[in-house]
Design a protein around this ligand. Structure first.
Ligand SMILES: Nc1nc2c(ncn2[C@@H]2O[C@H](COP(=O)(O)OP(=O)(O)OP(=O)(O)O)[C@@H](O)[C@H]2O)c(=O)[nH]1
Length: 313
């Protein structure tokens, strides 16, 4: 009879990671692929991920909490500076950072800016992730892996790993999870199983409304729209099997002309925005919703500290 050597029980690891990269680098999509559910709000256009949204990878041996930071950008307004501070604070607190570099686009000044900032965060291990490999040829991918390595050398940061992935084809996504988990400290799960996100519901609801309101008019009001959910309450006196959630939200724009764009002729556009957002909120929360939207002009809210605080930045 042969005796097998006693298996060493693997220590459970848990901790935080964040994905960084310039707008459109594929951070949200990769977050969703890692977590296996739609948590971050995606869009075709840059810089919509303003809030810290967390997805959690649950495994028997580990729990990886993904913190999705807003894009770091050259600050031109107070809002820009606040966002950048938030990004740096997040970077210094996580256990591992993944920098996304799309395989189908050359590394540019935007990537360099972020990499240079990353190099200043010394202790945290950083992984270079070449994303969207399904959009590139083998040759392009190989070149991008080399370019990523060179980028690290150029800015004085040593990548802990360099890994190509495709979130869409789920290529090497699990490998990436393994690599990130390797850098987490030993510890018990931080969140109960089944919890995909701890983003306050109101923030996610506000994001969904913002997304719907920006659709088709992004070029006209890219950063000039903020959404604040004022109230989210179950309608009183409803039977238990037919609940209704009342949501009141304000959409803030900076100029009357922008208000007109959001509302549209005869209020038609706002109505459509409301319908679209309501459907998504109902899907997110799993309950019927009555959505009440108001558009308000808050002049220069991006530059006014008091207004920024009121709008939750
Ligand atoms: N083909 C392909 N497309 C991808 C992949 N990952 C992301 N995309 C697309 O690239 C675009 C940007 O992806 P996002 O995940 O929103 O990028 P992001 O970095 O979160 O962007 P911001 O929120 O603007 O910072 C979207 O249109 C995605 O569908 C991928 O692996 N393959």
């Amino acid at each position: 009879m042969t005796t097998r050597p006693a298996e060493q029980p693997q220590a459970h690891r848990s901790g935080f990671a964040c994905l960084v990269g310039r707008p459109n680098a594929g951070k949200s999509t990769l977050t969703n692929a890692l977590v296996g559910a739609k948590v971050a709000i995606m869009s075709e256009k840059p810089q919509t991920t303003r809030h810290t949204i967390r997805g959690i990878v649950h495994r028997p041996d580990a729990q990886l909490v993904l913190v999705d930071t807003p894009g770091l950008h050259k600050p031109r307004t107070l809002l820009g500076e606040r966002l950048n501070d938030l990004v740096r604070t997040t970077w210094a607190e996580v256990d591992v950072i993944g920098m996304c570099l799309p395989a189908d686009e050359k590394i540019g000044p935007g990537d360099r800016f972020i990499a240079r900032e990353l190099a200043r965060i010394q202790r945290t291990p950083k992984i270079a992730i070449v994303t969207k490999t399904d959009l590139a040829t083998k040759k392009q991918i190989a070149e991008q892996l080399i370019a990523a390595e060179q980028l690290g050398r150029e800015v004085g940061l040593e990548w802990a790993e360099i890994v190509p992935v495709s979130a869409v084809k789920h290529y090497q996504v699990d490998l990436l999870a393994d690599l990130m988990i390797k850098y987490l400290p030993e510890g018990p799960p931080l969140y109960p199983e089944g919890e995909l996100t701890d983003e306050p519901e109101q923030v996610m609801v506000a994001e969904l409304i913002r997304e719907a309101a920006l659709e088709g008019v992004r070029d006209e009001l890219p950063h000039s729209l903020a959404v604040v959910v004022e109230e989210m309450l179950p309608r009183e006196g409803r039977p238990a099997d037919r609940p209704l959630l009342d949501i009141h939200a304000n959409l803030f724009v900076e100029r009357p002309s922008q208000k007109a764009i959001v509302i549209g002729a005869g209020g038609q556009r706002l109505k459509e925005v409301g319908t679209k957002a309501r459907r998504q909120i109902e899907a997110l929360l799993g309950t019927p919703v009555y959505l009440d939207l108001h558009v308000k002009v808050a002049k220069d809210w991006q530059r006014d500290p008091k207004q920024l605080r009121r709008l939750g930045f």
